[in-house]
Design a protein around this ligand. Structure first.
Ligand SMILES: [Zn+2]
Length: 215
């Protein structure tokens, strides 16, 4: 099979549009417990499947499954490669397709970090020494400050088997993280990050929207 919808790509939008109300609904809740370990994607956090933690994209529901990070980032944002990228992975249980939220991260010594992020430093450091660490998370803090704009396109997993079953939702605004958190997550070495793939005939939409979030 010839693949022509691979990820990541250089996100240079084809056009700008306003999303209808209810286009994207995040039901991540105010708090969730994840399990942090070193897996196929480097460090990853697995969530036990919970029907109440999901996102809805254009009315289709995807359950929150896991998140992981890449260093450097995978997607280019209008030609810019950021320091890292957070991927929050959701899956539809009927057809096994994915919706992945991509959030570029940039290291900033002046980053104002939440108390939660300070806890992350401990958890990620601990995960280096033992296999699996429980990590309490406040999902709302994953989003960049301004999340009223996002890029949408159809693509693939960026790790094997590279299946073209991913609806990508990528925020163009990076989220700032402190050097301490960055070091705790990634240690000394870059993690697996796939190179840029051809856009081919796909459209990338720059969407203005109000995300509905239930906490
Ligand atoms: Zn990823």
């Amino acid at each position: 099979m010839a693949w022509d919808q691979q990820s990541p790509i250089n996100l240079r939008p084809s056009f700008t549009s306003k999303a209808p109300a209810g286009y994207l609904h995040l039901a991540w809740g105010s708090a969730i417990d994840g399990f942090l370990h070193h897996g196929d994607h480097g460090v990853e956090v697995i969530f036990p499947p919970t029907p109440s933690k999901y996102l809805e994209l254009e009315g289709k529901r995807f359950l929150l499954r896991q998140f992981h990070l890449h260093h450097p980032a995978e997607h280019l944002i209008d030609g810019t490669l950021h320091d890292a990228e957070l991927h929050v992975v959701h899956q539809n249980l009927d057809d096994a397709t994915f919706a992945v939220v991509g959030i570029p991260l940039t290291v900033d010594p002046n980053a104002k970090e939440s108390r939660e992020a300070a806890g992350w430093v401990k958890s990620f450091t601990a995960a280096r020494e033992s296999k699996t660490v429980a990590i309490p998370l406040k999902p709302a803090s994953w989003l960049p400050v301004n999340h009223d704009r996002l890029y949408r396109y159809e693509g693939s997993l960026t790790t094997e088997p590279f299946t073209e079953t991913v609806s990508w939702i990528v925020f163009p605004e990076p989220k700032a993280i402190s050097p301490a958190l960055f070091a705790a997550i990634f240690g000394e070495h870059p993690q697996k990050a796939r190179g840029i793939q051809a856009r081919n005939r796909r459209f990338i939409i720059d969407l203005e929207l109000t995300i509905s979030i239930s906490r």
